[in-house]
Design a protein around this ligand. Structure first.
Ligand code: BV8
Length: 253
């Protein structure tokens, strides 16, 4: 880890008032949730998430897709937020104590940021914890974890398969989530991108929006991404280690 980059990034964060944080699956990796492009565990090793996270897959095989998502729902419920999630919640408290703000835009569907104490989290790609009727869009509550759905595909009162409230490839992101995101991106002093491969749009484009405005950007990731060449600071390492260090460097007077 390059200490000078960390020092400068900590200073940039400490001098900022309006901060946007974009997170991806990497921020939950140290909570034990496989990243989206990890080879999936066991039963699912032979499936490509990109092929399963689509309306076409659900229409073709609602049983397989709902089994996959219920497996992930129960997996997420079993995991706890890590030090990276908690550092972002603390950063929001520190910024608000100084009259600033932190808008947390996550691509993750696991609910861990909210469970770590972050407020007003924008779930760009929805949530695997809530489900709805695929015909009427009426909410249909899954059994409390660790209970799985009793049947697959689960059927709604209208008799249609129930689906998770996630945004599949080819589906539009929730309008309210996009509106809140663009508002925050247009006015922020700094964006931190954490644990995302930065290949899924429109979320990946958020980094370009802020960088093109000349505002500062920090990337936290063990590996390079397509956005690494345009960020101000590239902090190479795991978020559960680097985020607490970054937030301490910024806010501990
Ligand atoms: C849409 C929910 C339009 C489901 C997901 C340009 C503009 C608009 C759209 C497109 C476009 N170009 C292409 C598209 C289409 C498509 C797209 O982007 N395709 C890509 C693959 C090219 N986009 C869409 O379809 C979007 N829809 O724009 O619709 C529209 C408009 C109007 C009307 C109709 C349609 C919808 C995209 C959302 C898809 N849903 N997830 C589910 O979860 O099952 S996306 C999926 O990928 C996950 O949400 C995941 O979050 C997301 C991105 O992946 P990452 O989070 O980055 O995770 P990944 O595994 O890839 O990377 C992990 C990273 O962490 C790595 O970099 C790794 O190094 C790092 N890491 C690992 N360990 C750690 C770590 N980092 C820190 N610490 C660690 N310990």
């Amino acid at each position: 880890m390059d200490n000078r980059q960390m020092e400068q990034a900590g200073r940039a964060l400490g001098e900022s008032r309006r901060v946007v944080v974009l997170t991806g699956a990497g921020v939950s990796a140290e909570s034990g949730i496989p990243t989206f492009r990890d080879t999936m565990d066991g039963l699912w090793a032979s499936f490509d998430p990109q092929q399963l996270a689509t309306p076409e897959a659900f229409a073709r095989d609602p049983e397989l897709v709902t089994r996959w998502y219920d497996h992930r729902r129960l997996g997420c419920a079993d995991c706890v937020p890590n030090a990276g999630h908690r550092a972002l919640a603390e950063a929001q408290d520190s910024l608000e104590a100084r009259g600033g703000s932190l808008a947390l835009l996550t691509q993750n569907v696991d609910g861990l940021h909210t469970r770590a104490g972050s407020r007003d989290v924008v779930e760009l790609h929805g949530s695997v914890m809530t489900w709805r009727c695929s015909r009427t869009a009426q909410p249909v509550s899954p059994p409390l974890p660790p209970e799985p759905w009793p049947e697959f595909p689960p059927l709604s009162p209208a008799g249609a398969p129930v689906r998770p409230d996630v945004v599949w490839f080819g589906e539009a992101l929730p309008e309210a989530a996009l509106a809140r995101s663009y508002e925050a991106l247009e006015h922020c002093d700094l964006l931190i991108s954490v644990g995302t491969s930065a290949v899924v749009y429109p979320a990946a484009g958020f980094i370009e929006i802020v960088a093109s405005r000349g505002a500062q950007t920090i990337e936290v990731n063990p590996q390079d991404t397509p956005m690494s060449s345009i960020v101000t600071f590239a902090l190479r390492g795991k978020s559960a280690e680097l985020l607490p260090t970054l937030v301490d460097a910024a806010f501990s007077d």
